[in-house]
Design a protein. Structure first.
Length: 288
């Protein structure tokens, strides 16, 4: 078996452009290969980017924390920098799949699969993240709310690839906390429902908030009404209860083998409240 020569990501973009719309990028393979087995994807060409080591990193740069698209789940799990800044990532990575998947799967593959039950999409959405997409015309930055445009559909176009995820860092004086809560049928399974929450607290008041849900809609559910409710108020159990009720109302689950609609709506509310409670506790601990 011949091993392909390594190349920079400009070479991957050139290959995507040359091979056309039937080409797909493969890194960990844990998103694409199961879809191919189920005949949900049938690409004519696969472009292996595992040698693009320049796309594997977690670092602070200016007022952002940046994560390369080829960063593996295990690296996200073990990163102390990421856990300190955005602990919701470690929460999520501890309940994603199993060690085999975590050792090979990447954040880029997870986000580009655009599965509504995928955990990291909710985490990045709650943290107000953005995606860097590079193509033959250069680089563009897209908010996570605009990145997922439908079930298994993203803003990444033909000849383009996701290269980086950016998470904004708030100025000094703002205490931040985040958390991810998930209910699954068995360890490492797709979520029955999951909720990510982030709070930025200044002088005892919620300056900004992020709430997103997995597995309870056709795509990741960004609960903007709950965020609006939270802004400008002091954290409290009553406030978080109200935000949970909004999550229950604003999600759109479908009945399946993991549970009926009413059960999933109930979970969305309960998990939102739990995630907000933990996010607030982490922010207050940071302040102390």
């Amino acid at each position: 078996m011949q091993t392909p020569a390594s190349f920079e990501y400009e070479g991957a973009i050139e290959a995507l452009q040359r091979l056309g719309s039937e080409a797909r990028i493969i890194a960990g393979g844990h998103s694409l290969l199961p879809m191919m087995k189920l005949r949900l994807a049938n690409p004519e060409h696969l472009i292996d980017i595992n040698d693009l080591h320049e796309l594997s990193y977690i670092r602070e740069e200016g007022d952002e924390l940046r994560i390369g698209a080829l960063t593996r789940h295990v690296e996200l799990l073990k990163s102390d920098l990421l856990a300190e800044r955005f602990p919701a990532f470690r929460d999520a990575e501890q309940v994603i799949a199993d060690p085999v998947v975590r050792n090979r799967g990447t954040i880029g593959g997870s986000l580009c699969q655009a599965d509504a039950a995928e955990d990291l999409s909710a985490v990045c959405s709650a943290l107000k993240g953005s995606a860097v997409i590079r193509g033959p015309e250069g680089e563009r930055v897209v908010g996570l709310d605009e990145f997922h445009i439908g079930p298994y559909m993203t803003a990444v176009g033909d000849g383009e690839m996701l290269t980086e995820v950016r998470l904004p860092l708030r100025a000094g004086g703002v205490q931040s906390g985040s958390a991810h809560e998930k209910v699954e049928r068995r360890a490492g399974d797709w979520a029955v429902a999951a909720a990510s929450a982030a709070l930025w607290i200044e002088n005892g008041t919620i300056a900004d908030a992020g709430v997103a849900l997995s597995a309870v809609g056709p795509t990741t559910v960004h609960v903007s009404r709950a965020e609006e409710l939270l802004r400008g108020k002091a954290p409290s159990e009553e406030l978080f209860e109200q935000a949970g009720e909004i999550s229950s109302e604003d999600c759109a689950p479908l009945p399946d083998g993991r549970g009926p609609v009413d059960y999933k709506r109930h979970l969305a509310g309960v998990l939102t409240k739990r995630a907000l409670r933990r996010a607030a506790a982490r922010a207050q601990h940071q302040e102390a």
